[in-house]
Design a protein around this ligand. Structure first.
Ligand code: DSN
Length: 422
């Protein structure tokens, strides 16, 4: 396959090779990224990309669904078993579409939804002002408690009583602490709202039993299938049986046409992988690594939002270091450490040049790194921070990072035959 690509499109082949080399030779700390298994990669690049399958198993608008129906049913069954849910829709193209479909299933245009403010850690699609979710629906955002960096259920309850939203969204994209979905469910019930949980970031921790599942307390659970779940880039919705029809109709024909069957097939594979003791051990190690990294960063004098982490991610407030998030993220990138700059709760700076840095451990854990390596990563981050304008130190850190990476190789399929891409 790779030979064919090299032969027919050497330019793209070369760019893929460069990306494989980049991913292999860097410490990737973006908490929403990971390395998928070879099995997921193979399913993702399979002939299922050739097939249109509008509709659902046994109810399609195109013929030739002898195999696709079996694959989709398998993916649904695996998702239901893993998340202990009545119903699963495995078709959403991504988390954004999954969220939009969840709202569309429950809310009419113009009605109110309420989610975490983007600048406090919520996702764009939780009703942020530039997202269509705030244009189709009336959106109210809840903040975190600025002092603690944590969810404050008094604030959330007060806002819910004042605005009477039709949907309350729990879940986040940059929140380092465990979320109490039960309280969210109770508040939603009290104000007559539906409760939608977006567990895109923590899905792997939920299936491993490390974080409490929102399924019993939520009307619809939305997730991506990559991040800590370590599948291909896709989305998924889980719900009780009574909402199944509404959810399915919202995804197709409400928002999407034909599902991307190659992705859906790879999701099925990832769900099987996640249903193993090895995956549980992996997910536990993600959190252990994040805690070790956080502890060491605290020792180096970094200010962490909420003072630490319960999950796979850490949000560093860089204001005490006097370095903007973007400047540090770019310097770290030059040292082969890949992160993303991020707002912190109460950030006076704008989202495109914020005061924080978001990092996480799913990808380094897949490489087999453990607590000592997580501490070494903290050492590298501190070294770059202390030498932010010293390119020769940054270059030296980059060499040390490369050495560490060579000791923890990425999954085999990243190696393109005949090419040294390490
Ligand atoms: N962009 C994803 C993240 O990095 O958290 C969320 O969609």
């Amino acid at each position: 396959m790779q030979t064919a690509l090299e032969q027919y499109d050497p330019q793209i082949y070369e760019l893929i090779r460069q990306e494989a080399a980049r991913e292999s030779g860097a410490i990737r700390l973006i908490p929403s990224e990971n390395y998928v298994s070879k099995a997921v990669m193979v399913a993702s690049g399979s002939c299922l990309t050739n097939k249109y399958a509008e509709g659902y198993p046994n109810r399609r608008y195109y013929e030739g669904q002898q195999v696709t129906d079996l694959i989709e049913k398998l993916a649904q069954e695996r998702a239901k078993k893993l998340f202990k849910a009545d119903h699963a829709n495995v078709q959403p193209y991504s988390g954004s579409v999954a969220n939009m479909a969840a709202y569309a299933a429950l809310v009419d245009p113009g009605e109110t939804i309420m989610g975490m403010s983007l600048v406090h850690g919520g996702h764009l699609t939780h009703g942020w002002k530039v997202s269509l979710t705030s244009k189709f629906f009336h959106s109210v955002s809840y903040p975190l408690n600025i002092e603690t960096g944590r969810l404050d259920f008094n604030i959330i309850e007060e806002l819910a009583k004042e605005h009477r939203p039709k949907v309350i969204i729990s879940g986040a994209t940059a929140y380092p602490r465990e979320i109490d979905f039960e309280i969210f469910g109770r508040i939603a019930k009290d104000v007559g709202a539906y409760h939608v949980s977006d567990i895109a970031h923590i899905a792997g921790l939920v299936v491993a039993g490390i974080h409490k599942s929102p399924v019993p307390y939520t009307d619809i659970v939305s997730t991506t299938t990559h991040k800590t779940l370590r599948g291909p880039r896709g989305g998924m919705l889980l719900c009780k049986e009574e909402l199944a029809k509404q959810v399915d109709k919202a995804v197709f024909p409400g928002l999407q046409g034909g599902p991307h069957m190659h992705t859906l097939t790879a999701i099925a594979v990832a769900l099987a992988e996640a249903d193993t003791p090895e995956f549980v051990a992996y997910a536990k190690q993600i959190v252990k690594n994040a805690k070790a990294l956080a502890e060491k960063l605290l020792e180096y004098g970094f200010d962490l939002v909420s003072g630490g982490t319960d999950n796979h991610l850490i949000l560093i407030d860089l204001r005490n270091k006097g370095i903007p998030g973007k400047k540090l993220a770019k310097a770290l990138d030059r040292a082969r450490i890949v992160s993303n700059y991020n707002t912190v709760p109460g950030d006076p700076a704008p989202p495109f040049n914020p005061s924080g840095l978001r990092i996480g451990t799913p990808a380094i854990t897949t490489r087999g790194m453990k607590e000592p390596e997580a501490e070494q990563v903290a050492f590298f981050i501190n070294k770059v921070t202390e030498n932010i304008d010293n390119e020769s130190v940054i270059e030296q850190v980059g060499k040390e990072v490369l050495l560490l990476c060579s000791q923890f190789p990425v999954p085999d399929h990243f190696i393109i035959p005949g090419k040294n891409n390490r």
